[in-house]
Design a protein around this ligand. Structure first.
Ligand code: FAQ
Length: 311
């Protein structure tokens, strides 16, 4: 049973009102948001690594400039999201510490390697595509700062998705070897992309409460279904085969039936045991450690300015 204050909070949520940083909120609401927003921020930052791997090897100067801009956008998304989380009373240092110690999660998808240029196309098309499907409803999240951060992020993700699709369009019109690279990329990225939406609804511990608080608007399975329905025709347009023998159009439901992702693999990846977890975490720890001299310099400078003002 909710106490009167919590009931009043829930009534405001039910009425579609936004919650703002200085207002009272249940501790569970605050914690859920800190968890989700910080994991989301970490995903944007760690998500720069797989694509960053190809900046030096992009096939043309134009593709390099576009990829550089995209990866830079992801850094920006991470920064807006860390700011949104900070409004809930957690510091950025604490969030970084949680990432670097392996305590905080980030999206499972970024623990897979980028083996060919087609992977960069596949990430834009599938990974940004899945991100948009998940994030468009988050623009209506009950917590104001998170909802507002999502508006610009979603616009940029749309550009990212198109750039990915454009890479693949070019490649499927190329040589048989290029078409094969694209099919191989789809084979490797399809299932991990479906896993981005989280565990199936019956295994999703947070969904019910998060939906009641309108932090989430849709369940994991609902969004996964929408993603499959949107993406399969795009795969057909590219002349590719989705690597799922159970994929069939279901006229009655007006959507596709599809196979189960390998949940054993999913839980292994989020527990830290995916193909690139150690490499990703090492890269972030190294970046943090390599930046120590700069942070020390900033602090020393700030101290000098304060003591000068005092003198
Ligand atoms: N990976 O009870 P639920 C991007 C965890 S897009 C890792 O269902 P919830 C853009 C979950 O945290 C990617 N962990 O959880 C980009 C929980 O663990 P906890 C980021 C996952 O929160 C593109 C446990 O499993 N997007 O970065 C995953 O209700 C290209 C139980 O799950 C967002 O974060 C997963 N896939 O629903 C960047 C969107 N799924 O915390 C660069 C915002 C679940 O209890 C390049 N987040 N877990 O230890 C969300 O919408 C939600 O948090 C979900 C999970 C849907 C991800």
């Amino acid at each position: 049973e909710l106490d009167p204050v919590e009931r009043a909070f829930q009534e405001r949520i039910d009425a579609g009102q936004k919650v703002e940083p200085k207002e009272w909120m249940p501790e569970g609401y605050r914690k859920t948001l800190v968890r989700q927003i910080s994991q989301h921020a970490h995903s944007e930052i760690v998500g720069q690594l797989p694509e960053g791997n190809w900046i030096t090897r992009a096939p043309t100067l134009e593709r390099k400039a576009i990829l550089l801009a995209k990866v830079q956008d992801e850094a920006g998304h991470g920064l807006y999201l860390y700011c949104a989380a900070e409004t809930l009373g957690i510091s950025r240092d604490e969030m970084y510490e949680q990432l670097h110690s392996g305590k905080a999660k980030y999206s499972s998808i970024f623990n897979y390697p980028t083996l060919s240029w087609a992977d960069i196309g596949a990430i834009g098309w599938l990974v940004d595509g899945a991100a948009i499907m998940n994030q468009v409803p988050l623009q209506r999240c009950s917590y104001g700062p998170y909802a507002r951060a999502m508006v610009r992020i979603c616009k940029e993700e749309s550009f990212h998705q198109r750039q990915g699709f454009d890479i693949l369009m070019k490649m499927v019109k190329g040589t048989p070897a290029q078409r094969e690279m694209v099919q191989d990329a789809l084979n490797r990225w399809w299932w991990p992309s479906l896993m981005m939406f989280g565990p199936s609804d019956d295994a999703s511990v947070h969904s019910a409460q998060s939906m009641a608080w309108k932090i989430k608007q849709n369940s994991n399975d609902e969004l996964r279904q929408r993603f499959v329905d949107q993406t399969v025709p795009q795969a057909e347009y590219l002349g590719l085969t989705v690597p799922d023998p159970d994929l069939t159009w279901n006229e009655e439901k007006g959507g596709y039936d599809f196979g189960e992702p390998d949940w054993t693999e999913f839980f292994a990846v989020i527990a830290g045991n995916g193909p690139c977890n150690a490499e990703r975490l090492n890269a972030r720890q190294k970046a943090w450690n390599d930046g120590a001299w700069f942070r020390d310099g900033l602090v020393a400078h700030a101290e000098k300015m304060t003591s000068r003002r005092a003198a």
